[in-house]
Design a protein around this ligand. Structure first.
Ligand SMILES: [Zn+2]
Length: 131
């Protein structure tokens, strides 16, 4: 017998693919999923924002290459990025308008993307060109 995804009660009647015992449980489950999703987005944005501050500080001082271990100590989270692309053999990531190459031990080539608005427009134009 299937169990309600929200309260765990057995679902005794209705279709066999029913996921909730009642409308209340269905709503509660949906709301908590939405809350999880919002919390996840908020967490991701806060990580990105912290990553950005850390990287920006180095750029301000003209530093373009930093050991990853040092960045980790500062609270940098390497797995959260806003974009990724392969540039020749390198893995280029970005955190909003800061781009950098990341290896297993360090990041280098940190720089601010010039003309961000132009870059965004160009990217979407490239997609359009695949018509
Ligand atoms: Zn239930």
């Amino acid at each position: 017998m299937p169990r309600c995804l929200e309260c765990g009660e057995q679902i005794r009647y209705g279709r066999t693919d029913k996921k909730y015992c009642c409308e209340d449980c269905r709503n509660r489950h949906h709301n908590s999923m939405m809350k999880d999703s919002r919390a996840f987005r908020r967490r991701t944005l806060s990580i990105l924002s912290r990553n950005y501050s850390i990287l920006e500080e180095f750029i301000k001082f003209g530093i373009r290459s930093v050991d990853l271990s040092y960045l980790l100590q500062r609270g940098f989270v390497p797995g959260v990025v806003t974009s990724y692309r392969k540039v020749r053999k390198h893995d280029e990531y970005s955190c909003f308008d800061i781009k950098y190459i990341m290896t297993e031990t360090r990041i280098y080539g940190m720089s601010k993307i010039q003309n961000v608005s132009l870059t965004l427009r160009t990217d979407s134009m490239n997609e359009d060109q695949t018509l």
